[in-house]
Design a protein. Structure first.
Ligand code: VGL
Ligand code: ZN
Length: 233
């Protein structure tokens, strides 16, 4: 009954107040800001080159959205994605983790650490939901929607659907991992999805280039804030 009531209220509002195409469009778009955390920024333990350059873009584009959500990579110290937790292994080695290929990373985004905090330069006051992922020590989660094995949902899809969202724009770090898998899952779930190119940076730019071919093939779009507003406003 709650869902039905929400649905009725939503339809009701839509027909009465959000009846023009442009405002309708606004109400149905969400911005997903992925992992803008100290460890992915310069001097962080898994620093993405140029990661700090996306901050002004990610801050500015928020004004175009009525709903802003964010994610935080949020690992326990003994997380299986950390090379330090596997004797004789180094960062960037690949292991089998419960049947899935797992890239090993330097320790990063440990729950409660400074490295796991959002950059102080990220505009956060309009963020309505923060999804924390990678919290189970045996399970890694790049996407904001599912863990890497697609075994469990984070609840984000349900949240967005209940908020009437049909289109998501994904930005943040890193382009070739958490941003890419978030955007791909969004498409698969039936959302229209776009990646904000000047609002993201890759760990491996060549790898990202290959991955986004598949994203485009599946119907994903690439946008850039600069193109939308040539004067940078
Ligand atoms: C990420 C590697 C490991 C990301 C998270 O946010 O893209 N990459 N954990
Ligand atoms: Zn991680």
């Amino acid at each position: 009954p709650l869902v039905r009531r929400l649905k009725e209220e939503y339809d009701f509002e839509e027909s009465l107040y959000f009846d023009t195409d442009s405002t309708n469009d606004q109400a149905k778009k969400a911005l997903i800001i992925v992992d803008m955390q100290n460890d992915f920024l310069p001097r962080g333990s898994l620093a993405v080159a140029g990661g700090d350059e996306v901050l002004p873009v990610v801050n500015k584009i928020q004004s175009e959205f009525n709903l802003i959500v964010a994610t935080q990579d949020w690992h326990p110290v003994d997380h299986a994605s950390f090379a330090s937790n596997h004797a004789g292994k180094n960062a960037m080695d690949i292991i089998d983790l419960d049947g899935l290929q797992q890239i090993l990373w330097p320790d990063h985004c440990v729950q409660g650490s400074k490295g796991a905090e959002f950059s102080v330069d990220l505009e956060t006051h309009r963020i309505e939901l923060i999804v924390r992922k990678g919290t189970n020590k045996r399970i890694d989660s790049y996407s904001a929607f599912f863990d890497n094995g697609h075994k469990k949902s984070t609840g984000l899809a349900g949240y967005l659907i209940e908020r009437g969202v049909q289109q998501v724009t994904v930005c943040g770090l890193a382009a070739d991992f958490c941003v890419y898998y978030t955007a791909m899952d969004a498409l698969e779930l039936g959302f229209q999805a776009e990646i904000l190119l000047d609002g993201t940076r890759a760990i491996d730019p060549d790898g990202f280039e290959k991955k986004i071919q598949l994203f485009k093939k599946k119907g994903g779009k690439l946008i850039s804030k600069k193109e939308r507003s040539p004067n940078g406003e």
